[in-house]
Write a protein of this length. Structure first.
Length: 244
């Protein structure tokens, strides 16, 4: 029976699903699968609500990509349904706002855990303390793949937030002082749902902007061409992870 939002059946998705937020990125990632989108190997498995999903192979091994939209409410719906459809390894590919000293736009961040500063994860947890954490083996594979590709990546905690344009003047500094590397908007719910289901999840992010005392997101945000190049580097790392 098709799911309510992902109009797909069991068997339509591979055990490994890459999870970009943007459907355009999902299409570009699928274009790197064996044969590309039009080569007869990769097939469109969902386009409901514009949330594009594709399944194919990469170097002969099954892989899927499914866009999630923005924020924990949206990714939670997608992940809940992917789990019902048999997904076993969930790898978010997204962007983040860097706040740690030394992080620059275009850098890669691998999230080891995600502070749940969002409403969705708190709803799942009924407000109880919890530390949403990535799967170690999959996270280690990401780090190794980045090293093999010669692409530096910082590993550490991020914070999953609901508000992109936060008006609090000291917001970034408070989280920076806690050792958080970056803000993003999906990982906490992904890590929680994967742990609850007993499957693997990890998160790889491009620093699209940096936030500091002297710079804002709007001032530092990467140009479209620079962001596209950084996303390509991130995709190369993700596809370098062992898919078996």
């Amino acid at each position: 029976m098709p799911q309510l939002h992902l109009h797909a059946e069991i068997g339509d998705y591979a055990p490994l699903v890459l999870l970009p937020g943007d459907p355009n990125r999902a299409r570009k990632i699928a274009g790197r699968f064996d044969g590309g989108i039009d080569g007869g190997v990769t097939r469109l498995v969902n386009d409901n609500r514009g949330m594009l999903g594709y399944t194919g192979t990469y170097e002969g091994r099954p892989v899927s990509v499914q866009s999630t939209g923005m924020g924990t409410p949206s990714i939670s719906i997608v992940v809940e349904e992917l789990l019902r459809l048999g997904a076993k390894r969930l790898l978010r590919l997204g962007t983040c706002g860097g706040i740690a000293p030394g992080l620059k736009t275009g850098d890669l961040v691998i999230a080891s855990s995600a502070a749940p500063a969002d409403g969705t994860t708190r709803t799942y947890l009924h407000g109880e303390p919890y530390a949403p954490t990535a799967d170690f083996a999959l996270t280690h594979s990401l780090h190794h793949a980045a090293e093999e590709a010669g692409i530096p990546a910082r590993v550490g905690q991020v914070a999953s937030v609901d508000v992109f344009y936060n008006p609090d003047a000291d917001y970034a500094q408070r989280w920076r002082d806690r050792g958080v590397l970056a803000f993003e908007m999906e990982a906490s719910a992904l890590f929680y749902l994967a742990a609850r289901a007993g499957v693997q999840a990890a998160c790889l992010l491009v620093v699209s902007d940096v936030l500091g005392d002297e710079v804002t997101s709007e001032e530092s945000y990467l140009s479209p061409d620079e962001l596209a190049a950084a996303v390509e580097r991130m995709t190369e790392v993700a596809l370098g992870v062992g898919l078996d």
